[in-house]
Design a protein around this ligand. Structure first.
Ligand code: NAP
Ligand code: MG
Length: 515
């Protein structure tokens, strides 16, 4: 039987001692800003002439760190190292591989506030959002460690007299891990450790906006005693080295989380057979979202408004699960909209190192420009109810923004904005609301706020998303509790943090012996 799995509790920041501890961690991290981080291949630190700079999005003059940048030849070197290391790592027993993850998660737990403080500084997360990101990284490691023990234990097969049959889940080979910046610790660590605990070796290319947190995570793997070369850290520009990594004939699989555009490119390049390549590459790609909250006419309207605001504006809407579409029954539309606007008015935005602010900046100049351009589009497609403005120039601040009366086919209702912008559309009835909810090419998360059992049953069947939530927000999936992944253009529905995830990084081998 699988052991009980308990999620890491979130830190209670209403307690002064916890706030003091976190403040101390922030002060300590601030003493360490501006350092340089090298590429790491087989444990060897490699410094390159070309460097990338990670900055604090709350204060764009503050450098978090500089990072060496891998070019094509270093990318190639990392793959060859991973190929060699695979020969020894694949022979390490699964239970022993799991113990590296238990150890790493224990170290991260001890250094929890420190890592959360790095997240505040490098990605602009609030204390609570950063704390949840770190907690999720701890959970992923413990969960995948338990899962590999389960997956590699003996599987009951139908007995056949005179034969002994056994099914083994064996590793694939070298994996390229390409995570996004928006859960720069949790998703990066989850993708990386799922691959290695399954017996694969990894070339990790962190997101260019958040490479320092990944470098800090490499320290943890090192402290946990992970053999050199099992994870190779090669920061560098995705557009420059991404193709080399994906197309390489020795690459066995690519584990990607990020935008639809990059995910589709990876999928296409990986499908092409290269000279000397002995397998079909596997692609695990989790991509964008355009997520809706549907509000029924008999719903708890306060719950509806709170759910919309929390899902739309937590971490400035920069979650693949964020609510960017509120689809509200016409009978309660005005009331829900008014309450959302009132709640949005209370949201505080600023330098997120301060405790108590609800949300901080968006992550970088590119995101800032993109979101502001969507706000201009929104002004032509709907009625601006609140927000629509920049904040202080010190960082990439954008006010939480609500647009009303947006056509379900409008760009604001169809394209992923990935910022603090939510569009309201009016539905004639519940069926119409579901029809609007399903009208995008994405299918990641969604929520229904309703008291009507029949409607909930209908949504259960017809609301076509990977993660569907009733009478709650559509963000905040917990490892092991809400396995996460989306339909359609949201990706391959890999269900990270779920019982089937590690099968994606293994292949099943049947051995049959005539007795
Ligand atoms: P992104 O621009 O696609 O980048 C993701 C990663 O891909 C980064 O490491 C990036 O490197 C790399 N990359 C860029 N071009 C590449 C190429 N040609 N080949 C290989 N790799 C390449 O996405 P993002 O802006 O970081 O993240 C936001 C997106 O992620 C949103 O669409 C969001 O919905 C999605 N997301 C999805 C999930 C999910 O579970 N479905 C979870 C979180 C986020 P550089 O940084 O160097 O460009
Ligand atoms: Mg990007």
């Amino acid at each position: 039987m699988q052991q009980a799995y308990k999620n890491e509790p979130f830190t209670d920041f209403s307690k002064k001692e916890n706030r003091d501890d976190f403040q101390t961690a922030l002060n300590e991290v601030e003493q360490q800003l501006g350092k340089h981080y090298d590429i790491i291949i087989r444990g060897e630190r490699i410094r390159t002439k070309k460097t990338g700079t990670s900055i604090n999005p709350s204060n764009i003059e503050e450098v978090i760190g500089t990072v060496s940048q891998a070019d094509k030849s270093l990318a190639e070197q990392a793959i060859h190292t991973a190929v060699e290391t695979f020969e020894t790592w694949k022979k390490v027993k699964p239970s022993a591989r799991a113990r590296y993850l238990y150890k790493a998660s224990a170290i991260l737990r001890r250094r929890k506030h420190e890592f959360s403080a790095w997240l505040v500084k490098e990605s602009g997360k609030s204390w609570a959002e950063a704390d949840a990101d770190t907690a999720e990284a701890i959970d992923f490691m413990e969960y995948y460690a338990r899962q590999i023990e389960k997956l590699t234990s003996r599987h009951p097969l139908t007995r056949l007299t005179g034969e002994d049959n056994e099914l083994y889940y064996v590793p694939l080979g070298v994996g390229i891990v390409i995570p996004p910046w928006n859960f720069p610790l949790a998703i990066m660590a989850g993708m990386t450790t799922a691959a290695i605990v399954s017996g694969n070796t990894v070339v990790l290319k962190p997101a260019s906006t958040t490479p320092v947190i990944a470098a800090k995570f490499m320290e943890i793997l090192d402290d946990a005693g992970l053999p050199e070369g099992v994870v190779n850290y090669i920061p560098g520009s995705g557009s420059e080295i991404g193709d080399v990594l994906v197309e390489h004939p020795l690459t066995r699989f690519i584990s990607f989380t990020g935008s639809r555009e990059v995910g589709l490119r990876i999928n296409e390049l990986a499908a092409k057979h290269q000279p000397g390549q002995k397998w079909m590459k596997r692609v695990v790609a989790e991509m964008g979202g355009k997520d809706s909250i549907v509000v029924d006419h008999d719903a708890d309207l306060e719950l509806a408004a709170q759910s919309i605001v929390a899902s739309a504006f937590g971490f400035s809407g920069q979650k693949c699960s964020a609510c960017s579409r509120a689809i509200v029954h016409e009978e309660v539309y005005d009331e829900v909209l008014a309450r959302v606007v009132a709640l949005t008015k209370e949201i505080t935005v600023g330098d997120i190192r301060e405790y108590g602010l609800y949300t901080g900046p968006v992550v970088d100049q590119q995101a800032y420009d993109k979101i502001l351009s969507y706000i201009e589009i929104g002004k032509t497609e709907g009625k601006l109810m609140i927000g629509g403005e920049k904040g202080s120039d010190k960082g990439y601040f954008i006010q939480p923004t609500v647009f009303a009366d947006v056509d379900p086919q409008a760009r604001l209702m169809q394209e992923e904005i990935f910022g603090p912008v939510v569009a309201f559309a009016k539905a004639k009835d519940f069926d119409h609301a579901l029809e609007i909810a399903n009208n995008t090419e994405y299918g990641l998360t969604g929520a229904v706020i309703s008291r009507n059992r029949e409607h909930l049953e209908k949504a259960r069947e017809e609301f076509h998303v990977g993660n569907l939530y009733f009478n709650r927000k559509c963000t905040g999936a917990l490892v092991g509790v809400h396995p996460f992944g989306g339909f359609n253009m949201s990706g391959t529905d890999s269900k990270a943090g779920g019982p089937d995830y590690l099968q994606l990084f293994t292949q099943a081998k049947l051995v049959s012996e005539l007795l």
